[in-house]
Design a protein around this ligand. Structure first.
Ligand SMILES: [Mg+2]
Length: 359
């Protein structure tokens, strides 16, 4: 198997501010695995959840170190890769997992969603994200999104360093804009919020009922994630009894084990391929969530159409798709997932269905 690792920049059309800071440009990595005339592509890149952080630099070093071992293997069977993959960090593993899945689908001549027997008719609208900022800036961002796609699901970032009053002002302003949209276009919109762990328990408890009264349907990660699994579960348990809207774990939920421990205390989990270490774990998580009666959100970081095209393979299993990062890039080297209205679809072509749009 021939392997190649390269770096590429990704620049956001509109920088995104969340409770932990602002992102404008990032560097991501693409891993190419070539064997028998098929080339599988996998992407990874650095991110920070508050309690765990990975740099693209460190991920590049991790992957470069295993390239000789990868070159000694053939893409099938997958199982032969497990010892190598388990030694990697989740985001480094994601690059290899995606490239192997892409290669496998291409070899079989089918998109992954079809190999998994998933039903495209089950795909829900994707949300678009409004970062933190002034009320005027957030409303301007919303209008810009609506100029790009007729989004019915809006995710508003909260946990502002300026405090709860600013969070409440943003929710009020966006809720009003959605109501105006309903009146003028006859389209009912859904408002979700994501605190990205920016609240304390004392701040979060009164916010939950207030958000419900504003018509907000879902709140993601109100409290900061904790490294100790028991303490992390206890934080969600303290919110769950008083939470009248859907409570979703993101930064706290990386893999199947996290999903199982959090299941009694949340209504859903946000699965992201960089946290799960790729599609193999993400598919397990999405299936397990269904069995446990949890809703699945499928999210992204500053990811290109390669990572989002891979994630899109799982969309039929997802209640709250949130794959909008590649829609906000000016220099995405990849193309794949198809946007129709406010629904994102995985490509019909084999594997991940993602190709290079430009060199
Ligand atoms: Mg989130």
């Amino acid at each position: 198997m021939r392997c190649r690792l390269s770096r590429f920049p990704l620049t956001k059309a509109v920088p995104l501010t969340i409770s932990r800071g602002t992102t404008g440009t990032v560097e991501h990595l693409v891993l190419e695995l070539e064997h028998d005339g098929c080339t599988g592509l996998g992407e990874t890149g650095g991110f920070d959840t508050g309690h765990r952080a990975y740099s693209s630099e460190a991920l590049a070093a991790e992957l470069e170190a295993i390239l000789p071992a990868l070159e000694g293997l053939e893409p099938e069977p997958f199982q032969a890769f497990e010892p190598l993959l388990q030694a990697l960090s989740p985001p480094a593993r994601c690059a290899v997992d995606l490239a192997l899945h892409d290669w496998w689908g291409q070899r079989l001549g089918q998109p992954l969603w079809r190999l998994w027997g998933l039903d495209q008719a089950a795909i829900s609208p994707t949300s678009v994200t409004l970062g933190l900022g002034s009320e005027a800036a957030v409303l301007e961002r919303l209008e810009r999104w609506w100029g790009q796609l007729p989004a019915r699901r809006i995710k508003l970032k909260l946990g502002s360093p300026e405090g709860l009053d600013h969070d409440r002002a943003l929710v009020g302003a966006v809720a009003q804009a959605l109501e105006r949209r309903h009146q003028t276009h006859g389209v009912a919109c859904e408002l979700q919020v994501d605190a990205n762990g920016g609240w304390s328990l004392e701040q979060a408890l009164p916010m939950l009922g207030w958000l419900d009264a504003q018509g907000v349907v879902l709140v993601e990660q109100p409290l900061a994630p904790l490294e100790d699994p028991e303490a992390d579960c206890a934080a969600f348990a303290a919110l769950e009894l008083d939470c009248p809207i859907a409570l979703v774990a993101d930064e706290s939920c990386w893999n199947l084990a996290d999903l199982v421990r959090l299941a009694p205390y949340v209504d859903g989990v946000n699965i992201k391929l960089l946290k799960s270490g790729g599609l193999a774990e993400a598919l397990l998580m999405a299936r397990a969530a269904q069995r446990l009666g949890l809703g699945v959100m499928l999210g992204c970081y500053s990811d290109s159409a390669l990572l989002n095209g891979a994630a899109a393979q799982l969309l039929p299993l997802v209640r709250w798709p949130d794959l909008d990062s590649h829609l906000n890039l000016v220099d995405d080297p990849f193309t794949g997932p198809v946007l129709e209205g406010d629904r994102l679809w995985p490509a019909a072509s084999p594997g991940l269905g993602v190709i290079r749009a430009r060199p």
